[in-house]
Ligand binder design. Structure first.
Ligand SMILES: Nc1nc2c(ncn2[C@@H]2O[C@H](COP(=O)(O)OP(=O)(O)OP(=O)(O)O)[C@@H](O)[C@H]2O)c(=O)[nH]1
Ligand SMILES: [Mg+2]
Length: 237
């Protein structure tokens, strides 16, 4: 068990910078071909949370690692933290939206509009997108009692349909997960859901590579090292 991302509860997003995480199989071990890139959450207010233009900047590989987000001023070309000549390894190959299952029907019009704008932009760039529905334990008592009930829970089914329709994301791309929050040891049932989500991310990132045409490739795919493969943008919450 590790805790590399700052986590907790606050009125505003605790994640304020663009944070890529290399994943290793063991302490000090080699990285697996997946980099999870965390962003600030979307947030409700005007000039609050991640700006939709910054999502586009990130996807195109223009945001340097550890760049501090400014909700009111998305990154401009030439500004510090702007990577001008982004290559395939700097780009995002699969976008992952993170939504709290118990708050699906409480999402404000503003957040929905922001998410739809982002989704349109990401669609336009041809990047595959999936949605992680988190906190399924908090949302459904049946699931809290036994995580294996996730696929039998009418409530979770309903929430998955709701969020899929609201954002125009196919139901097959809505993945229920429970994060590690109270556990101090690894748990097989928690892992099964999380690893299924990671598997889907990897498959979708792969389809992004397969869709690259020679014209929009800025470097041959064969030059990618394992370490450079598979960047997934995880968030907005
Ligand atoms: N019960 C339960 N709690 C969760 C789950 N996922 C996250 N949490 C808790 O929710 C809180 C917020 O989680 P974070 O991972 O910080 O959420 P975030 O979206 O990254 O938040 P910001 O970085 O602040 O935007 C923490 O206290 C987590 O322990 C889950 O699946 N189940
Ligand atoms: Mg965070």
């Amino acid at each position: 068990m590790t805790s590399r991302a700052i986590t907790g509860t606050a009125g505003k997003s605790l994640t304020v910078q663009f944070s890529p995480y290399n994943i290793t199989t063991a302490k000090g071990g080699p990285p697996v071909p997946l980099i999870l890139c965390d962003t600030m959450g979307l947030e409700e207010g005007t000039d609050a949370g991640l700006h939709s233009n910054d999502v586009a900047n990130i996807c195109r590989g223009h945001v340097e690692d550890h760049h501090l987000f400014s909700p009111s001023a998305p990154l401009q070309e030439g500004a510090p933290g702007y990577r001008k000549d982004a290559t395939l390894k700097d780009k995002i190959h699969c976008v992952v939206y993170v939504v709290d299952a118990s708050r699906v029907s409480l999402m404000s019009q503003k957040i929905l509009d922001k998410l739809r704008t982002i989704r349109r932009k990401v669609n336009h760039m041809g990047v595959p997108q999936i949605l992680l529905m988190t906190k399924i334990d908090e949302a459904c008592p049946l699931v809290e009692k036994d995580l294996k009930n996730v696929y039998h829970s009418d409530y979770i089914q309903k929430k998955a349909r709701e969020v899929s329709e609201a954002l125009g994301i196919p139901l097959s791309c809505v993945v229920p997960v429970k994060n590690y929050c109270t556990e101090t040891q690894l748990n097989l049932e928690v892992d099964v859901l999380l690893l299924s989500a990671v598997e889907l991310m990897m498959n979708y990132a792969e389809s992004f590579f397969e869709n690259q045409t020679p014209e929009n490739l800025d470097e041959p795919l064969s030059l990618r090292t394992d370490q450079e493969a598979g960047r997934s943008l995880v968030h907005p919450d």
